[in-house]
Design a protein around this ligand. Structure first.
Ligand code: BDP
Length: 696
């Protein structure tokens, strides 16, 4: 098993009684309607049922009396729809109903929804029930996605390199498109549809304007046609200066009439080819990307101009809030909030402001971004990073739904206790109509898509949380393990525990107690807390940890940068007080003396060293757990994960030793008992260079 099939394995159900039971409910497929979506739903059922139950429906038309009926509401017969009326009241356009009902005395299963795409989601859910060996006697499942825009962001370049990509090259073969259709495009769509992802941004946020030329739009159109039956819309990242680069205009000023017209015509051109084009994603005035500020305009001017261009076609603009200026270097963490919150209420209603989960940048742990909850009149979409730029690349097996869950559950207190981030992004906190979430994809041309089978769980888990941001990491791990590997509890339980612990393990061996951004710079591979020579101060790890003889950490309280003032009072008060600040965020908010006493009675230095050691121990334990799993799964995936866990163990030790040796120069204290002695010198770790680290 090379992992290509992801969580759509459709393993044969070995238990004969169970298989017989399933078969007795599904003698025949009865699709209603003839849309492309119903066609792909039928195909998926055939594939899945054949794999799991050994039935070949094509060769046995019409046998038996129990059919699986699937089709959208408008195609249901009266005697069926009448029985589902109240259920239909409980789903939205993309929701589904799976129900056992009795028709003319016969017990039938119906999968339906308001749209064909809803039906397709229901079909995938049904197949997942069988793969998880769940009973299907009395089905009544009614479910809808809680967010509207559920997209993957591909940071893929037109030359097929992937920025921060660790799973090979881009799956978009621009050179051979539009004529050559890679089967991957279809399988990509299937995988996404099976978890409810309904959009894909094909190109990097650091965009190349060429994607908007007819030559590339023709290729994009082909992908859009492939994805459409699966309910997946295509979006493009638009380079703000495209009117200059490919339009021949002298400016990209968003208030310039020619520029406005250029974008309107570009939108029209795109929608003529792709009537359901999703819209644009824009990274503007961030890390050197052009934007409205180049012309003395602001984010609202830029976003609204583009939003006007796509509005006649029901398109949206996702405008990123990942900005930090080189002119304001007091605290990078404060900048997005300062720049965006004053604009609350000024964006057009088809603009979503896309905010990273934390105010710095996709760290192993970050306190939640203070913009969440703080813009009641602006739809904010969450941006998670599924690819592991700062978390050991695809070699480290880390289950990210743990991180995502922590963020979604965080309480902004903006409307009192319980104002969680999940409630802001699903619109319920402030009654927002447009809602969304983006995940920076970890997908590439590697045979197993993500470079490490275990990281397929992060794509899966992201999709599940995009559908329902209230799901727990625990449930998601259960689902994914069953679908991907086995239903055997002796496998599921230990591997699930290993996954659930993996996120804290990486925090411990990289950035315990609120440390952040101490990865080696540029590529972010491995530790580099000593780096201090980059042109912009906030690109240097020393800017973030501020270690000195007195202590370590970034004071963001009122005695320091006062970044905490950007949170609701209750949250700010908690972070400001060193006694109530969660220890996991301690050095994010405070500069703390080396002999400060942690809650466990240890000094900060000892506690930090022990955390680094704990991270290493956790990875060692993960490896040992995995080693006992050989009997339960195929050797292909078993060996792959085993080798990767071994690399992760080595790299965890590298992180521990390099960081502790470096910080020890400031603390001047010995390593406490229980922490292994480094086997190399600090000079050795500093001398390691990785000019060819992937994803740069
Ligand atoms: C940073 C990455 C950089 C991205 C940037 C972004 O290092 O490659 O372009 O975020 O999100 O994390 O725009």
């Amino acid at each position: 098993n090379d992992g290509y099939k992801l969580w759509l394995q459709y393993r044969f159900v070995e238990n004969e009684a169970l298989r017989g039971n399933y078969r007795s409910y599904i003698n025949k497929l009865m699709p209603l309607g003839d849309s492309k979506t119903i066609e792909v739903a039928e195909k998926e059922l055939e594939l899945g049922l054949k794999g799991m139950l050994g039935l070949d429906f094509l060769s046995k038309p019409g046998v038996g009396e129990k059919s699986l009926i699937f089709g959208e509401k408008s195609n249901l017969s009266k005697d069926i729809s009448i029985q589902l009326e109240s259920d239909f009241n409980n789903i939205n356009d993309e929701g589904f109903i799976i129900k056992s009902i009795s028709i003319k005395g016969k017990n039938q299963i119906v999968i339906t929804g308001n749209t064909d795409v809803g039906v397709l989601y229901g079909v995938y859910h049904f197949l997942q029930l069988l793969q998880s060996h769940k009973p299907i006697e009395q089905l009544k499942i009614v479910d809808s996605p809680k967010l509207k825009v559920r997209v993957l962001n591909h940071w893929d370049n037109l030359d097929r390199t992937v920025e921060r990509g660790y799973a090979g090259f881009s799956i978009w073969d621009w050179h051979r498109l539009p004529d050559y259709i890679d089967q991957r495009y279809v399988d990509y769509a299937r995988a996404n549809a099976s978890i409810g992802i309904n959009g894909t941004v094909l190109n990097n946020v650091n965009a190349n304007a060429l994607i908007l030329t007819p030559q590339y739009l023709e290729k994009v159109e082909v992908l859009a046609n492939i994805f459409r039956p699966y309910g997946i819309k295509v979006y493009l990242t638009a380079r703000f200066s495209a009117p200059i680069e490919i339009g021949g205009l002298p400016t990209a000023d968003p208030l310039d009439l020619d520029v406005i017209k250029w974008w309107q015509e570009k939108a029209k051109e795109i929608y003529t080819r792709i009537p359901d084009f999703g819209g644009f994603l824009v990274k503007a005035n961030s890390e050197g990307q052009p934007g409205p500020q180049n012309y003395g305009r602001n984010h609202v001017d830029g976003a609204n101009m583009m939003a006007n261009a796509v509005a006649p076609f029901k398109g949206i603009v996702m405008w990123r809030a990942f900005v930090y200026s080189e002119h304001d270097t007091t605290d990078r963490a404060k900048q997005a909030y300062s720049e965006f919150v004053p604009y609350d209420g000024q964006f057009k209603d088809n603009v979503l402001v896309q905010v990273k989960n934390g105010a710095i940048d996709f760290q192993p742990r970050e306190p939640f971004h203070p913009m969440f909850g703080a813009m009641p009149k602006t739809p904010l979409m969450m941006e998670f990073q599924i690819t592991q730029e700062y978390l050991g690349f695809s070699t480290h097996s880390i289950f990210l739904p743990k991180l995502f869950e922590e963020v979604l559950k965080a309480d902004t207190y903006r409307k009192g206790k319980g104002s969680t981030i999940a409630k802001d992004i699903d619109g319920s906190l402030h009654n927002k109509r447009l809602t969304g979430i983006a995940g920076v994809s970890n997908i590439g041309s590697d045979i197993n898509w993500t470079g490490n089978t275990m990281l397929q769980a992060n794509w899966y888990g992201y999709g599940r949380l995009a559908w329902n941001p209230y799901l727990s990491a625990n449930e998601i791990a259960d689902e994914w393990l069953v679908l991907t590997f086995s239903t055997n509890e002796s496998f599921i339980k230990p591997v699930k525990n290993m996954m659930l612990d993996s996120k804290e393990a990486v925090v411990n061996y990289m950035t315990p107690l609120g440390l952040h951004h101490i990865m080696d710079t540029g590529h972010h591979y491995g530790p580099g807390p000593w780096v201090s020579n980059l042109s912009r101060p906030e690109w240097n790890p020393v800017y973030y940890h501020k270690a000195d003889k007195n202590g370590i950490g970034f004071d963001r309280t009122p005695t320091g940068s006062n970044a905490t003032e950007q949170y609701a009072d209750e949250v700010a008060a908690k972070f400001n007080n060193i006694n109530t600040c969660p220890e996991e965020d301690l050095l994010w908010f405070h500069h703390v003396p080396w002999d400060y006493r942690l809650k466990n009675g240890k000094t900060l230095w000892d506690g930090m060293a022990l955390k680094y050691q704990e991270g290493v121990n956790q990875v060692e334990h993960m490896g040992k757990t995995w080693d006992t799993m050989e009997a339960y799964i195929d050797s292909g995936r078993f060996n792959e994960v085993k080798m990767l866990l071994n690399i992760q163990f080595k790299e965890a030790k590298w992180w521990r030793d390099a960081c502790l040796l470096y910080f020890q120069q400031f603390s001047g204290k010995p390593l406490p008992d229980g922490v292994e002695k480094p086997t190399q010198t600090l000079e050795y770790f500093k001398s390691l260079k990785f000019p060819f680290a992937p994803g740069n």
